[in-house]
Design a protein around this ligand. Structure first.
Ligand SMILES: *Cc1c(COP(=O)(O)O)cnc(C)c1O
Length: 239
C-alpha cells in the first residue's frame, strides 16, 4: 500500500541518493535521469508518479505496456521506455508504444526494428544491451558482439543509437557490481573512439545498486522497488 505522501517521499529519497552519488564522483546530478520502472504497477499509481514529477517510465513487457498505455497514452511530455527483452514478433507494437528501446541485443532485432520504424515513418532512439557479466540466463550481447551491433544500428537510418545498457548481477554486496558498470562505460568509450560517434547514454543501475552506477557514469537509472515498493501485488494507491 502506498499513499501519495509516501510516494513523494520515496521519489525525493531516490533523487537525493542520485545527487549525492553524482557529487561524490564530480558529476552534474542533472545528467542522471530516473526511469521509473512500473512493471506490475497499475495505471493510477503511474499517473500519480507523473503528477509528482517523474517523466520517464520503464516497462519490461510489451504486452503489459500495451494494456496499460495502448489506449490511454502518457501525457506528451512523458516518455515510455522498453527496458526488457524484445521478441521480434512484438516489434510492430513496440515501435508504436515506446519512445526508447534499451534492449537491442541481436542483429535480426535490429533489422526488424529498422523495417517497422521505416514503415511507421519514425526514428527510434535505441540502446544496445550488453551482458557484461556474461550470465547465461540473461539477455544482451557479449562485449565482443557489440561492435557488429553498433555497425548494424548505424546503418539503419530509422534507428538512433544513443548508448549502452546493462543489467548487473544480483550480488550480496552492491559494491561487487562496480566492475560491471565500469566495463560498460569503458566499452562505450571504446565504441565511441572506434566508430567516431557519440554514445551519451549509459542505462545502468537499479534499486540495489543505482548509487554505484551513478558514480560509474549512469545517465539513466532504472528504478522500481525504491519508488513503488516490492512487486507483491499490494502496490495500490491509497486515496
Ligand atoms: C524490474 C527491472 C528494473 C527495476 O528493478 P528494481 O530492483 O525494482 O529497481 C530495472 N531494469 C530492468 C531491466 C528490470 O526488468
Amino acid at each position: 500500500m502506498l499513499t501519495a505522501e509516501e510516494l513523494a517521499t520515496r521519489i525525493q529519497r531516490v533523487q537525493c541518493a542520485i545527487a549525492q552519488a553524482a557529487e561524490r564522483s564530480g558529476r552534474d546530478p542533472r545528467a542522471v535521469r530516473i526511469v521509473a520502472v512500473t512493471k506490475g504497477m497499475e495505471r493510477p499509481l503511474i499517473d500519480l508518479a507523473y503528477q509528482l514529477g517523474l517523466r520517464i517510465f520503464g516497462e519490461n513487457r510489451v504486452q503489459e505496456a500495451q494494456e496499460k498505455f495502448g489506449n490511454v497514452p502518457l501525457p506528451s511530455d512523458a516518455a515510455l521506455h522498453l527496458i526488457g527483452h524484445l521478441q521480434t514478433n512484438k516489434v510492430r507494437i513496440a515501435v508504436r508504444l515506446f519512445s526508447m528501446i534499451h534492449s537491442v541485443d541481436r542483429l535480426p532485432l535490429v533489422h526488424e526494428l529498422e523495417r517497422r520504424c521505416e514503415r511507421l515513418g519514425r526514428r527510434m532512439p535505441v540502446l544496445i544491451q550488453v551482458n557484461v557479466a556474461r550470465e547465461p540466463q540473461k539477455h544482451g550481447c557479449t562485449p565482443e558482439e557489440a561492435p557488429s551491433l553498433v555497425e548494424a544500428v548505424l546503418a539503419s537510418v530509422h534507428l538512433d543509437l544513443r548508448g549502452l545498457m546493462t543489467i548487473a548481477p544480483l550480488t550480496a554486496h552492491a559494491e561487487d557490481v562496480r566492475p560491471v558498470f565500469r566495463q560498460l562505460r569503458r566499452l562505450r568509450d571504446d565504441l565511441e573512439q572506434r566508430f567516431g560517434i557519440s554514445l551519451p547514454e549509459l542505462s545502468m543501475g537499479m534499486t540495489n545498486d543505482f548509487p554505484i552506477a551513478v558514480e560509474e557514469g549512469a545517465t539513466l537509472v532504472r528504478i522500481g522497488r525504491a519508488l513503488f515498493g516490492e512487486r507483491d501485488g499490494g502496490n495500490h494507491l491509497v486515496r
